[in-house]
Design a protein. Structure first.
Length: 112
């Protein structure tokens, strides 16, 4: 008769709750964060984090990667804006002079 080996450790295919996914995505894509380091701390593959971001749908409606103020009409304070981006069929995005470098970087990456 042959030998059978039974592995009795934790399940390798883990299930992640929506709250855990949002927490990990927020941590991984916050300014100055490294996806690889976040993945290592949470014991998962960096590719899974990118997959979650790509598949992010209406399951998490309040999740955002960058905050921007968008409006149909130009604001009267447009002179105070450092960057104004007009988006076809969407509107206008204005980033103020007092915005941090991290916020500007995140907003421009989100507009790609």
């Amino acid at each position: 008769m042959g030998q059978i080996t039974v592995f009795s450790g934790p399940e390798r295919r883990r299930r992640w709750s929506k709250e855990d996914r949002v927490r990990i995505l927020s941590e991984a894509f916050s300014p100055g964060a490294c996806v690889r380091d976040v993945a290592r701390r949470n014991d998962l593959s960096p590719s899974l984090i990118y997959n979650w971001r790509r598949n992010l749908t209406c399951d998490v409606p309040d999740f955002a990667f960058a905050q921007a103020v968008m409006g149909e009409e130009p604001q009267s304070d447009a002179r105070g804006a450092a960057i104004i981006v007009d988006l076809e069929r969407v509107g206008r995005v204005s980033i103020g002079r007092s915005a941090s470098q991290a916020l500007v970087t995140a907003a421009l990456k989100a507009l790609r």
